[in-house]
Design a protein around this ligand. Sequence first.
Ligand code: AP5
Length: 606
Amino acid sequence: MLNSSLSVTRSHSLPSTPTLSPLSSTSFPSLSSPSPSSVSCLLPSSSSFSKKLTSLSSLSVSQLAPPNDPRKQRSLKVKCSQREPLKVMISGAPASGKGTQCEMISQKFGLVHISTGDLLRAEVSAGTDIGNKAKEYMNSGHLVPDEIVTSMVTARLSLKDAKEKGWLLDGYPRSLAQAKSLEKLKIRPDVYIMLDVPDEILIDRCVGRRLDPLTGRIYHEKNFPPETEEIKARLVTRPDDTEEKVKARLQIYKQNSEAVLPIYLDILRKVDGNRMKEVVFNEIDLLLSYVLNEKEKAAKSELSTKTTTSQANMVSSSKDNWRGIPTRLNNIPHSREIREYFYDDVLQAIQRAVNNGKTRLKVEINIPELNPEMDVYRIGTLMELVRVLALSFADDGKRIKVCVQGSMGEGALAGMPLQLAGSRTILEYMDWGDDGALGTFVKIGAIGAKEVEEQDDMFILVAPQNAVGNCIIGDLKAMTDAAGSRPVILINPRLKDVPGSSGIMQTMGRQQRLEYAASFEICYLFRLLYYAGTQYPIMAALRMTYPYPYELYKRVDEAPGKEKYVLLTTFEERPSGDEINNAFEGKPRIQEKKPLGIWGFLSGIL
Ligand code: AP5
């Protein structure tokens, strides 16, 4: 139950990384229980705390000192609402595909699409004063006077939705005077996209263009015919789409665009618009994702300057020079920037999914520090991720229950998966900020129906998993049933059947359990891909953030000692190992030869 009356704005600190902390080297003695997990980052140092953690091995102290601990390091604030929205201008000759691309961009990035052409056409069809004045100019292919268009655009830009969601300005500014008006108002985009298409193509596109007056969708009688006869019957042609008028519009466009370009030269990105619309969009999508990422990094570093000077110095000195997907992911421990990138990536995906009404979600993030198959696995990183998620939702006034499965089995067989050993205790002693988040907006509990309370708004379940002889799914199902329509988010679940010594696990209710496990929708996935049977070097990465497609990136070495991730392709559905292999090698895979190729080992886990 999302409690809207609790819409309290709060801010929380994201503690610093153990690797950056001067205290990070302090170690607790190694203890008897063998654990693959290197527990770090989250522990207080006092002996009373350390006694409570005697089942943990190789512990190191760092940022998650208890509240009021003077060693506690304050750092970045996690506050989702402060994210600066994207501002984009798109320009190009008549029929270069601005409207077509804007439809896809605004759908993906949630920007408010402001098209001066559409605004003017709406005025014309409503028969307003503006429309009556504009009509003549438009029909002859001339520009409508600046004062009419500028006041329309600035009024639209000042509305709440454009300010909050960001905007995509299409067809404005079209003259130097218009560009100057925006500059005066300090309205400037993050990027100025120019679609480049040869003249002869433009004329054909205009003449063949058809519009659906009902949905506003743009069709082309040959390139993009309507899906049904019903749509076809209602399509209309724009009065300015005759060959003669298009030529005049083209001429006017050329004269004016030259005057506008110098103003945006520093943020100008030319995109070849003479390709399939999906290909054009792919390039724009990459560009905008990059710009967005850069903006977020800039915003974060602005926030981090508010931290202590020493912290700021450490942050900048450790800053790796990556763009988009962080590089050097095989370097352990992951730098603070890398961890923050992923926490934020996961957070945004969950937020989008929850905002879209999704209630059964799972996150699968397998960077080395979060991959329990690797000996560099760190439970501290998992806990830190969970804390960022919980506090960010708490910032929005939600009450979050963070749940770790309890001990399973009975008597001498009681125990829990190694990956989770001690995690509940760690969660309880983490620094949840000074403002009393823990116990009010954030509560810690176990997995099970009785943990679900009336006031809980959502549940974050930390790595729920089956263990030998025990299946968590019964408790999980009871809990989700009790949660009803409230979001339940599984972080790195492992819900495949694990064989028990008696063989019971594989048989009893297996099918139902697997179906239940599959009923959670992936809202975030990040997985590094390696050669079969190895964990080095990283060859590629697969990423999915709700609601976008799966993206396959190839890791490319750049001399000297640098690397980057290049987008190879996207998949609407989660790809199989073979599909990844095909995309990676750029050729179809010979069916009989699988699974010995470089992705052979992936077929089991993807
Ligand atoms: P406006 O509506 O903005 O017209 P425009 O700039 O001429 O652009 P278009 O809408 O014609 O084309 P588009 O680039 O959006 O292409 P589309 O995606 O539709 O302005 C109209 C008039 O309003 C102006 O002439 C002026 O009078 C006035 N006006 C507007 N803004 C003004 C301002 N700021 N100041 C003063 N006056 C202003 O695609 C075209 C066709 O191609 C479609 O059929 C589509 O299906 C097809 N197509 C798209 N992409 C592809 C592709 N990749 N491959 C093949 N076909 C494609």
